[in-house]
Design a protein around this ligand. Structure first.
Ligand code: ATP
Ligand code: MG
Length: 751
């Protein structure tokens, strides 16, 4: 097969060794993911394995869909039939089918972390505990940690060690909260993210016939990024592969970065013990990065004691030296990064999407965003407050969720009085207490509102119930798009947003339209057989932040290092390399913690293909104060012969903290050249409307016309479309690029 030709000998071995347990342990960029993809193609194509019998677990949905597309290109549409996805999405799919064994209906809701926190908050309140001690985040992470170690609330409550630990943390009642939390989830027919794993384990443990069904089905099991699996994930995978024993795990111990979420690097170290006849393949040749980058990364990770021996090398060119950028402040760091991107783009004819800026924590994005915006460089943020976490989206999704599952308490609380329908907080509380006290489903209480509430409130609740019933009928009869459009309108939510004419209000309204667009896309996609609302909701609930990036615009990627796993970019900036920030002060309490931070730095540096920049500032605003910063200790660990200090204009190159040996001065004026252009751009940006600016009547606006916008300046209309009640124009602005504007709101002067 020609797809095998492009592989080096150990890669080829890994692809062709299909039967029996195999572990591919390999350095960053050595082709692990590529091998996994080809292995699946090889199984289907050369070994005639039925795609339905292949289970492949990846870290993000995006990785799964990319893999599927690549296999599709190799072997055609059959590739769609493989079971491929994240642990959470594959297990959710299994749980949907088998949920009744666990006493759950198949339309159970998946709670996201906001729902979980809100539920914890209610429980803490009901128990009359101090919410400063029992912070939702802290409590949730203790519960989550327990679930990832397969500790049920029963065990939790009875284990003296856990009890002692909770007492030491001054939170002796976490066990009780855990118990109530699980009860309430169950009553709401809801599972949180950890339950998807925990309950799958329970399902397989208590129902051997179900386990056997899936064991027979999955003849081949594969796991990418194995170093980041937690105990629960590992045990389930092992169980699933127990009959055929064709298990292939792929990972790099040097890239294990999720210990704080329960990932256990021991899984990789113990795999050999669990499978004595294990076949191990090492991949050591890096195909991604230049020699300088590979050597720098090696020199960093060499400082870790706990690691498997590997010698990562590359035949690629030496490439540019790594550049060290030193700035006076976080804002200046932003400007330096933005202007470097600007210059590199022009000099090397690169696209925005060739660049990534990686940081330790999400809050660092602000100064970078500001600088990029000023330089007019398109960027996108992966993670952070994503589309589906915005309030208006969660509100509308609350309706959708409640229509599918009327036991969903968090959705109920969100929508019962939004838009306002005269049902006050005390009425809501009375209903919930009634359901709890009578031990009836909340929905039954809602339907018997008159029994629990007085006249006016009861009527309002009854109207609400009638409305939900009619939505339910829509959802049963129609596809997700038709049903949700009707719900958005008839719930009054669309009108509520439409009537808010502030810019934020308009934005919210557009976001809701965007959600409906996404649903339309989902319904129109032939890959989705089930077009029901329930099936759409499940898909959304399982999206991780990385997958939520919808637009394909050519943009610089900003993200945390955690989200960058497995990805590659031509040029990468790792910013904020300062003590206490990276390594993070909050995370390092022991040598192991420091090693995990170092692995994180290793992951960051190995994302770069051609050029790597390491950046730090000497002052930074944190926690509302301007703090002096020390350069990160990690900088001293980088082999000095791979790196150079970039000098700014007006600043003498200093020996800095960094050893002089091997250090070179930057090219003269490297950054200096850019400073004026930053200044020019900051002022050139805002458009001043012409003195005779007056909005025109846009009724006859059409493609090709030239217009002026008070904020975006001059542009040319690309097209005008009617969508529902809205007329939208797509306009290419000279300085702001393409924008789509609703004509009922946009002020445009036709030229
Ligand atoms: P990571 O540890 O970051 O997840 P990885 O080991 O999964 O990396 P891949 O992403 O599979 O590595 O591969 C890194 C890059 O090297 C990709 O661009 C891939 O196409 C390329 N590559 C891998 N193997 C070969 C090969 N034999 N010949 C040419 N290019 C290769
Ligand atoms: Mg990979």
């Amino acid at each position: 097969m020609d797809y095998l030709d492009g592989l080096n000998p150990p890669q080829r071995q890994a692809v062709e060794h299909t039967d029996g347990p195999i572990m591919i342990i390999a350095g960053a960029g050595s082709g692990k993911t590529r091998v996994l993809t080809l292995r699946i193609a090889h199984l289907i194509h050369s070994k005639n394995v039925d795609p339905f019998q292949i289970l492949s677990l990846t870290f993000t949905n995006k990785a799964a869909s990319e893999m599927r597309q690549r296999i599709e290109r190799l072997i055609g549409l059959e590739a769609r039939n493989t079971w491929m996805g994240t642990f959470h999405s594959v297990f959710a799919k299994i749980l949907r089918v088998e949920s009744e064994r666990l006493g759950y209906p198949s339309n159970f809701t998946i709670y996201d972390s906001d729902d979980s926190k809100s539920l914890i908050k209610s429980i803490v309140k009901e128990l009359k505990l101090d919410d400063k001690v029992y912070k939702p985040n802290t409590v949730l992470s203790r519960i989550s940690g327990a679930k990832n170690r397969l500790i049920s609330w029963e065990t939790y409550l009875n284990d003296p060690y856990i009890k002692a630990d909770d007492e030491a943390a001054m939170k002796p009642r976490v066990g009780e909260i855990y118990r109530l939390y699980q009860m309430r989830l169950f009553k709401s027919s809801a599972m949180d993210f950890d339950d998807l794993l925990f309950n799958t384990n329970v399902l397989f443990r208590d129902h051997p016939d179900v386990l056997n069904k899936y064991q027979q089905r999955f003849r081949y099991v594969m796991v990418d990024e194995f170093q980041d699996t937690n105990l629960c994930q590992y045990l389930i995978t092992k169980k699933l592969a127990a009959v055929h024993q064709n298990i292939c795990v792929v990972g790099d111990d040097a890239q294990s970065i999720y210990a704080f979420r329960g990932a256990d690097i021991q899984n990789i170290l113990n795999f050999e013990k669990d499978y004595p006849d294990l076949f191990v393949v090492k991949l050591e040749q890096n195909y991604r990065s230049t020699k300088n980058i590979v050597e720098a990364a090696n020199s960093i990770i060499a400082n870790n004691k706990a690691q498997l021996k590997k010698n990562v090398w590359t035949q690629n060119v030496d490439g540019d030296l790594i550049e060290l950028i030193k700035s006076a402040s976080d804002n200046e760091e932003g400007r330096m990064v933005a202007s470097t991107i600007f210059e590199e783009k022009n000099n090397k004819k690169l696209s925005n999407s060739d660049f990534a800026i990686l940081y330790r924590t999400n809050s660092q994005s602000r100064s970078l965003e500001e600088a990029l915006r000023k330089m007019n460089i398109t960027y996108k943020i992966v993670g952070g407050l994503s589309f589906y976490q915005r309030k208006e989206i969660k509100d509308l999704m609350g309706y959708f969720r409640y229509v599918v599952n009327q036991d969903d308490e968090e959705a109920f609380k969100r929508i019962i009085n939004y838009p306002k329908r005269g049902i006050g907080a005390s009425s809501v509380e009375k209903l919930m207490v009634a359901a709890y006290e009578h031990d009836i489903p909340l929905w039954r209480a809602v339907n018997n509102a008159a029994s629990f509430l007085s006249g006016r409130a009861a009527n309002a609740v009854t109207d609400f119930a009638t409305m939900i019933k009619s939505f339910k009928m829509e959802a049963e009869r129609k596809d997700a798009f038709e049903a949700t459009s009707a719900i958005a309108k008839q719930s009054g939510l669309l009108k509520e947003l439409y009537e808010d004419k502030t810019i934020e209000g308009l934005n919210r309204y557009e976001n809701v339209q965007e959600l409906l667009n996404a649903i339309k896309e989902y319904v129109d996609n032939p890959e989705n057989e089930d077009k029901s609302l329930g099936s759409f909701l499940q898909e959304i609930a399982l999206l991780t932040d990385n997958d939520r990036d919808k637009d394909n615009a050519d943009a610089v990627t900003l993200m945390t290092i955690h989200s960058s796993k497995g990805l590659e970019f031509r040029q990468v900036f790792v910013v904020g390399l300062e003590e206490d920030l990276f390594p993070s002060q909050m995370m390092i309490q022991s040598r192991e913690d420091l090693e995990e931070e170092r692995r994180l730095f290793y992951v960051a540096t190995t994302r770069a293909m051609e050029k790597l920049y390491l950046s730090y500032a000497i002052t930074r605003y944190r926690f509302g104060r301007l703090l002096d910063c020390q350069p990160s200790r990690f900088l001293e660990e980088v082999d000095p012969s791979c790196i150079k200090l970039t000098r700014r204009r007006g600043q003498q190159p200093t020996a800095s903290h960094y050893g002089n040996q091997g250090q070179r001065e930057g090219k003269t004026g490297f950054i200096g050249l850019k400073t004026p252009s930053v200044r020019r751009n900051t002022t050139a940006k805002v458009h001043t409307p012409s003195p005779d600016f007056k909005p025109s009547n846009t009724q006859n606006l059409s493609g090709g016309m030239k217009v002026e916008h008070p904020k975006f300046g001059f542009g040319k209309v690309q097209k005008v479309e009617v969508e529902g009640l809205n007329k939208k124009a797509t306009i290419e602005f000279d300085n702001f690029g393409e924008k789509t504007l609703l004509l009922s709101f946009a002020k445009l002067r036709i030229l």
